[in-house]
Write a protein that binds this ligand. Structure first.
Ligand code: ADP
Ligand code: MG
Length: 661
């Protein structure tokens, strides 16, 4: 960064030989520069003059490594620039060059201080150092009281001083000024020229482009250019004795460590992304909406699927495991099954004798009116065996179950459920057990109350009561056929085999196959598979909406990039690497998606709370995995769909980008 030995020894710092810059025009090309030879020594102040359109800016852009010659050689301190890659050129601009443009090219969202600090951020200067240096430079240029002002709040002359401070913050040893006074009034222009003069007096090489001879006459050397060729090159004054002031030239501030510098650049990119998002709030929110809806629906669908699956599985669990439910009829939903009277208690007894059966309970059922005192309620009457409660896993809130003797003696005993207790015995002091209720006209003694079961099939608000099946058959129905037989298969027996054996046994006993079997394992498997397929299906739709949302993000990011081409050009001119630009736009895309994703998750959780509040029969089950996946997914969408716009931005040509502002 310090003036290199070759330059100190008197060799020119900058050497152009036979430089051409041609632009495509129609079928052929037009040459903005047509064979320029020019050498500039370190510490010189050179004015490049010529009429409008003569190629001054083109020359300046090539000198500043914003543009490349189409032909010819450009050497800086002995190094051929044609051999340098974009990031090496960026490093040159960052470390050795400073630019002052006619239209200032300040970033409007940043304060004066922020604008001056920016190149130092890319150079990796520690934040405190660069702030101090930027403030000191602005102070030296008479801007100490304007550090927090944005460009829009500054006059043209003040803006140009900010841009000069920006050119110097990294300790540039060459300052390129393209018509620096072109947009300024006389006084401000005079001040800017004075500053450039002083810089040169301090040892900085200054190249100033102008069409104004009065401006040019301040230089020690005037290069005239016309139609892309140098027409005159004369020394009008002797060069000043060079003195390199401390603080000028080599960036005095020590660069921060590699990691600290990278983290610092990341922070800068993050800040810029937030500024850009804030500048287009409505657009950002609308862009986010797609991601919000996508993520919210994915999370909700997964939670709904899991919630309903658990609900159904717990229902099945309440049927008991390893149980077969034997019904009369050909198959599930057989309309004539009620007319099939062949399933009888003797079948249950025969099944109970099988070695692979752990328990059997016949059931009969009907509905009837229950009465106690003045209260009455219609209830489901279940006639069951004494093993029923064990097979089903029913538990008692109070009292006891009936036993085998009750079944044999057709005892008039009844176990009621929680719903029945509420309907008939809510106001009875001392509870329901021991009271008598009427089923139809027959009196029964309440011997137990079951605990409310968690979501079993038919665990609705309907009251149910349990009596010995013999009692129901003899005293209520007057028929001996059964509604079903529930078999609990021994643990070491395969339920499939047991099912076959049951069908065989009953077919032999009845002479024909007139029963069918519900196997809880089958039901569980079927339902699990069904909910999985459904969840997958709806999730696929949600993912499509996420992709649509992602394309929306990409679209807006492309717009954002093309809107901010000027900003990108400025950043590149002050030495941002391609990766810095890429990072800035990627961060913006990821931020939009990530914030959208987080809002989406919050929305989904809120939906779950509402769902629970309206008293639905099951709740949404959010898995940590699905939420983490949603966050990762939205980040990924940001990276994926932000990549193309960010790459477009980073591959912009600095000079083309600047020209479009
Ligand atoms: P000056 O700065 O001296 O006014 P420029 O260097 O901007 O002139 O332009 C020199 C010539 O090159 C002009 O004729 C201009 O039309 C042409 N030129 C400059 N930039 C482009 C471009 N991007 N595409 C085509 N022609 C260009
Ligand atoms: Mg120009």
């Amino acid at each position: 960064m310090s003036a290199d030995p070759a330059a100190d020894a008197g060799a020119p710092l900058i050497v152009l030989s036979d430089v051409w810059r041609e632009y495509p025009a129609g079928d052929g090309t037009i040459a903005a520069l047509a064979g320029v030879d020019l050498a500039i020594r370190a510490g010189e102040m050179v004015a490049i003059v010529g009429p409008s359109g003569s190629g001054k800016s083109t020359l300046m852009n090539i000198l500043g490594c914003l543009d490349r010659p189409t032909r010819g050689s450009y050497r800086i301190a002995g190094r051929e620039t044609a051999a340098l890659g974009p990031d090496e050129l960026a490093a040159l601009r960052r470390e050795r060059f400073g630019f002052v443009f006619q239209r200032y090219h300040l970033l409007s969202e940043l304060t004066a201080l922020g604008n001056v600090e920016m190149p130092a951020t890319y150079a990796g200067t520690a934040p405190a150092d660069r702030r101090a240096r930027a403030a000191a430079l602005l102070g030296r240029l008479g801007m100490a009281d304007r550090l927090g002002h944005r460009p829009g709040q500054l006059s043209g002359g003040q803006q140009q001083r900010v841009s000069i401070a920006r050119a110097l913050v990294n300790g540039a040893d060459v300052v390129f000024a393209d018509e620096p006074t072109g947009a300024l009034d006389r006084t401000s222009g005079e001040e800017v020229l004075k500053i450039l003069d002083e810089l040169n007096a301090d040892g900085t090489t200054v190249v100033i482009v102008t069409h104004d001879m009065a401006v040019a006459s301040r230089a020690e050397r005037i290069v005239e250019i016309s139609d892309g060729v140098v027409t005159a090159d004369r020394r009008v004054r002797d060069g000043r004795p060079r003195r390199r002031a401390p603080g000028a030239g080599a960036a005095s501030a020590a660069p921060a460590s590699r990691w600290r510098a990278a983290a610092d650049r990341f922070r800068e990119a993050l800040r810029m992304a937030l500024l850009a998002m804030n500048a287009h709030r409505l657009r950002t929110v609308l862009t986010m909406l797609g991601i919000v809806i996508g993520i919210a629906s994915v999370v909700c669908v997964v939670a709904l699927g899991e919630g309903s699956r658990r609900k159904v599985l717990s229902n099945i669990a309440s049927l008991g495991t390893n149980t077969l439910e034997i019904f009369p009829g050909k198959d599930f939903g057989d309309v004539r099954s009620a007319k099939v009277k062949t399933l009888v208690v003797a079948d249950a007894r025969a099944l109970a004798e099988q070695p692979w059966v752990a328990g059997v309970t016949p059931t009969v059922s009907t509905s009837s009116t229950l009465r106690h005192g003045a209260l009455e309620v219609s209830a489901m009457i279940n006639g069951v065996g004494e093993q029923y409660f064990a097979v089903k896993g029913t538990t008692l809130a109070e009292g006891r179950f009936f036993d085998g003797r009750s079944v044999v003696t057709m005892a008039q005993e009844v176990v009621i459920d929680e719903n029945t207790r509420k309907a008939l015995f809510a106001d009875v002091a001392g509870g329901a057990v021991g009271r008598t209720l009427l089923i139809g006209k027959v009196p029964f003694r309440v011997i137990g109350v079951t605990k409310a079961q968690q979501g079993g099939f038919g665990s609705s608000a309907n009251p149910s009561v349990y009596l010995p099946y013999t009692t129901v058959q003899a005293r209520i129905l007057g028929t001996w056929s059964l509604r079903s037989i529930t078999v609990r298969v021994a643990d070491d027996t395969d339920t499939g085999l047991a099912e076959q054996a049951v069908v065989e046994l009953l077919t032999r006993r009845h002479g024909t196959k007139d029963v069918f079997i519900l196997n809880t394992d089958d039901i569980r498997r079927t339902i699990t598979a069904t909910t999985a397929v459904l969840t997958l299906l709806i999730a696929a739709i949600a993912v499509i909406s996420l992709i649509v949302g992602g394309i929306g993000v990409m679209n807006i990011m492309l717009v954002s990039v093309s809107e901010r081409v000027g900003e990108i050009g400025v950043r590149m001119a002050v030495g941002a690497r391609q990766s810095d630009i890429m990072q800035q736009f990627l961060i913006e895309a990821v931020l939009v998606c990530l914030i959208g994703g987080l809002i989406g998750i919050a929305l989904a959780l809120g939906f779950g709370a509402v769902f629970a509040a309206v008293g639905s029969s099951f709740s949404l089950v959010y898995s940590g995995t699905s939420i983490v996946a949603a966050v990762l997914c939205s980040t990924l969408i940001g990276v994926l769909f932000g990549f193309l716009p960010a790459r477009n931005a980073s591959r912009l040509d600095p000079v083309a980008a600047l020209a479009r502002d």
